[in-house]
Ligand binder design. Structure first.
Ligand SMILES: O=c1ccn([C@@H]2O[C@H](COP(=O)(O)OP(=O)(O)O[C@H]3O[C@H](CO)[C@@H](O)[C@H](O)[C@H]3O)[C@@H](O)[C@H]2O)c(=O)[nH]1
Ligand SMILES: [Mn+2]
Length: 873
């Protein structure tokens, strides 16, 4: 990844009109390129600039009034767009004709089967349309970082105060300090602290739903290490700024300057020590708490103590009433503050003990006067009597605390396992938000999710490229991508439930103060909301925040009787807060933007273990169905949704239904066991040929999509495979949960995705070979066994009847077999999963499968003759 050659080159800065030091982005090849040059790259073979006229207009009227054009727009070239659209229409006609033909030729031996399959075909056609139509006019938006720099950075960016950039509050959520390793979370935080954004405009809020002291103390350690790490990153323009990833690649000699090599070694050493300290934290805390003098009182559970001798208000290592996960006080602690003059006192809103945000003797010369962004630890109060609303509840608590402490115009949230991979990413999002065209109406900017830990062939389709690079890019040409849970920058007021500028009746500032029933009873919060509505820069140091308000807004009871989670903030009552939150905002008439960068903006980890991955899919698809059966149903909700955007939301909420029909089809091979020939539809050969044509057309359209989205064949294929696996396991389970919920009103459980099941092993992909059986895997296994068995039976049958069968019968058998093989290919990743470690040599299957076919075939033949002898026909 990053080599010193790249780094030394990266350390070179260029002068642009403002005489600014512009960090260049280094890539693996050692060549450097500014992100803005990528605009030209975006153009290429399939894309063409779509905003020439707008640009010309701006130049003509010399509009350099601060309302700049901060991104470029690209649309698909006619040469690909027209065939693409034509093919979609042709397929639509073909599907309709096929359907009409099936109805007219309602000849089958099993009529219920025929009727179900016609219903299935109708559903396939309909859901294909829902998926396809919103892709009619994809648009790419490429941020113009140089323009942002020209308009917003007046003086050298290092001295943050001189910049006009808007404030950004960053939220990181974590829920478990074991399942979500503290080291990953700290890496995420370090990458945020080191991002290229003025320190006094940036604040990072870490929400810890486990209320663990380990996490707080880890933050204090991270803040100390940041005093070295941040200036190092800035001085040498390193990427990525998450140290674990950065140090993964050993530096090689070459052109690297001696200075760089020295700095590198020093920082690496300090990082190793930082990691050791992190690792020791649980022990340190346990020892500290174990000393007799610090016992809460005789006979009581052993309390957990902070370094400053105070008792930790969160969960204890030795959990007890009011000090356990799910039941503890709310905690807000400022670890780093960029307003040192402001006091944070009070019982739980105290300044962090360990780190101070001031210039340290450790600074690199180049970064004298270093300022770090604000860093705040938040653990909302947990009380078993209140629903804490999972991740959405945590995000809303962060939204409120940040409103009181920094109240930035924009907020961006990350899962604790995602880090900033491109230090320019926040600026890129800001470009899209501040642009004079639709900037003001843009509620959020979503980045694609990218993952580090996925196995090279992406066995379980974790990269989801078809979705991230195709579907989302296409939505960018409508009202915008949906909110995907992480790596998404919001305009704060859009989360507060207000209308976008073009739909507002009156100026926001002239609106009467909101009643407490909307934002809750904290007056400081309500005040901050009206301040935010102005979207003007706050130039003075904010006044000290009343500690009582801070405590109030993280209370478990705060949401009760307010609009939080309903029309304000992230939406509650659903397993997937993301889609529905985005839906509500789009429904108000806001738009969103999709931002892909040449160097991935953010990266994270994905579950590469099949069981874990399927649990995730159950949550997503279950959440989708929940949305369908709620008042946020895309057919009725969201007044200002554009038509195709609505279609796309409808698709996102009903797609799991498809699995019922897929499951039915996938079980068809059992028909080989039936003595007579069963035909879903007659004439069978014609039916299969028509079917093949419609399937082939899907892939032709897919091929054109791959062209414009840059998705590879393997990604496309993995997408197909995983849809099949999901359709025989996770999706039917989600449907089942939904049916249960409709009857019992109990929602789908948010099971935090485990990020380390096989930590500590040398094999980076060890998790891939771990597999825990769950009931949901049974149908998939059954389908696989049925298909393998069916091929064996088919072979046996062929042997027995070869001489008797007519040509038509032989054709039918061959076509049936083709279908079996297709299903087996689609289930191949599942077969590897159940092989466990044996899957390291998939070649085994080449021996195993034919052997099974032969055995089953032989058994069939043997049985046939045996039975024929016993019951002579
Ligand atoms: O009560 C909870 C539960 C979860 N989380 C956090 O939510 C995030 C996502 O949870 P995870 O288990 O990692 O879910 P994934 O399946 O990996 O997440 C995907 O799916 C989620 C929706 O289901 C989205 O919110 C995520 O952004 C998206 O990455 C993590 O940071 C958790 O710490 C909390 O803070 N509190
Ligand atoms: Mn995750």
């Amino acid at each position: 990844m990053t080599s010193p050659q790249a780094l030394s080159a990266g350390a070179v800065t260029v002068e642009d009109d403002g005489g600014l030091a512009v960090p260049l982005l280094a890539d693996g090849s050692g060549a450097t390129k500014t992100e803005e040059e990528c605009g030209a790259e975006a153009e290429g073979k399939y894309w063409v600039a779509a905003d020439e006229a707008e640009r010309q207009a701006v130049t003509d009227c010399g509009a350099e009034d601060g309302r700049a054009l901060l991104f470029r727009t690209y649309k698909l070239r006619g040469a690909i767009l027209h065939p693409y659209r034509a093919l979609i229409l042709v397929r639509l006609v073909a599907v309709l004709l096929f359907f009409v033909w099936r109805i007219r030729n309602s000849a089958s031996n099993v009529m219920w089967f025929w009727a179900t399959s016609v219903a299935g075909d109708a559903w396939f056609g309909f859901s294909w349309l829902l998926n396809q139509l919103p892709k009619f006019s994809p648009v790419k938006s490429v941020p113009d970082l140089a323009a942002l720099r020209r308009h917003y950075d007046l003086l050298p960016a290092d001295d943050g105060a001189a910049s006009k950039l808007p404030g950004v509050d960053v939220f990181v959520t974590t829920a478990d300090s074991v399942d979500e390793p503290v080291l990953y979370t700290m890496n995420s935080i370090l990458s945020i602290l080191a991002t290229d954004y003025p320190a006094d405009r940036l604040a990072c809020y870490v929400s810890d739903d486990s209320g663990a002291l380990v996490l707080y103390e880890a933050l204090v350690e991270a803040a100390k290490f940041a005093r070295l790490w941040v200036p190092f990153c800035r001085k040498h323009c390193v990427e990525p700024r998450a140290p674990e990833r950065y140090f993964e690649t050993e530096p090689q000699g070459g052109r690297a300057s001696q200075e760089f090599v020295n700095d590198y070694k020093r920082v690496q050493m300090e990082y190793d020590e930082f990691k050791v300290r992190l690792g020791n934290l649980p022990d340190t805390i346990r020892k500290r708490s174990g000393t007799g003098s610090m016992r809460a009182s005789e006979g009581d559970a052993q309390g957990t103590w902070m370094a400053d001798g105070m008792q930790w208000p969160g969960t204890w290592m030795d959990p007890t009433e009011k000090h356990r996960k799910g039941h503890h006080a709310g905690i807000v602690k400022v670890v780093l503050d960029h307003h040192p003059s402001r006091g944070h006192h009070g019982p739980r809103a105290g300044a962090g003990a360990g780190a101070e945000n001031k210039q340290s003797a450790d600074d690199f010369g180049a970064a004298a006067g270093l300022r770090l962004p604000m860093l705040v630890y938040v653990s909302r109060e947990k009380d078993p009597n209140y629903d804490h609303n999972k991740k959405a509840g945590a995000l809303n608590a962060q939204l409120r605390v940040s409103a009181l402490l920094s109240n930035a115009q924009f907020v961006i949230n990350f899962d604790c396992d995602h880090y900033v991979n491109n230090s320019q990413a926040l600026r890129a999002a800001v470009c899209l938000m501040l642009d004079q065209r639709e900037g003001g109406d843009t509620a959020f900017v979503q980045f694609p999710q990218r993952f580090d830990n996925v196995d090279p062939t992406d066995r379980y389709g974790n990269h989801n490229r078809v979705f991230f690079d195709g579907t989302m890019l296409a939505l960018n040409g409508l009202q915008g991508p949906s909110y995907l849970g992480t790596g998404c920058m919001f305009r704060r007021i859009a989360l507060y439930g207000v209308d976008p500028p073009h739909c507002r009746q009156q100026q926001l500032e002239s609106v009467a103060p909101e009643p407490a029933s909307k934002y809750g009873k904290s007056t400081a919060l309500i005040h901050s909301v009206s301040e935010a509505m102005g979207e003007r820069e706050r130039l003075t140091t904010p006044p000290p925040v009343p500690p009582l308000d801070v405590e109030m807004v993280v209370a478990a009871s705060y949401d009760g009787g307010t609009d939080w989670g309903k029309g304000v903030g992230y939406i509650y009552g659903i397993a997937t807060e993301d889609i529905v939150t985005g839906f509500r905002i789009h429904g108000k008439g806001w738009r969103s933007m999709y931002c892909t960068m040449r160097r991935d903006a953010f990266r994270g980890t994905a579950p590469i273990n099949l069981t874990e991955r399927l649990h995730q899919i159950v949550r997503w698809s279950g959440g989708s169905l929940e949305m369908f059966f709620s008042r946020n149903n895309p057919l009725v909700g969201g007044q200002r949704l554009k038509l195709l955007q609505r279609v796309s939301y409808l698709n996102m909420t009903v797609y799991p239904v498809t699995s019922l029909f897929i499951l039915l089809y996938a079980l068809c091979p059992v028909m080989w066991l039936v003595p007579e020939e069963v035909h879903i539809q007659r004439p069978f050969t014609r039916y299969v040929v028509y079917l093949l044509i419609t399937i082939l057309m899907i892939h032709m359209i897919g091929w054109l999509e791959m062209k414009w989205s840059g998705v590879a064949w393997l990604d496309h294929w993995r997408n197909e495979q995983f849809f099949m696996i999901g359709s025989t396991s996770a999706y039917p389970i989600a449907l089942w949960h939904m049916a249960k919920k409709l009857l019992t009103r109990k929602g789908i459980h948010f099971r935090v995705t485990s990020k380390q099941t096989t930590a500590g092993t040398d094999d980076k992909f060890a998790d891939l070979y771990e597999m825990r059986w769950t009931p949901m895997l049974v149908p998939t296994a059954f389908v696989l066994v049925a298909n393998v068995g069916a091929v064996g039976v088919a072979m046996g049958k062929a042997l027995v009847y070869m001489g008797v069968w007519t040509v038509a019968q032989k054709t039918h058998a061959a076509l049936g077999l083709l279908f079996n093989v297709w299903i087996m290919l689609l289930l191949y990743p599942f077969a590897l999963a159940i092989m466990g470690r044996w899957a390291k040599r998939p070649i085994i299957l080449l021996v195993l499968l034919p052997a099974v076919f032969a055995v089953v075939g032989t058994i069939y033949v043997a049985l046939h003759f045996l039975l024929a002898n016993v019951i002579p026909i």
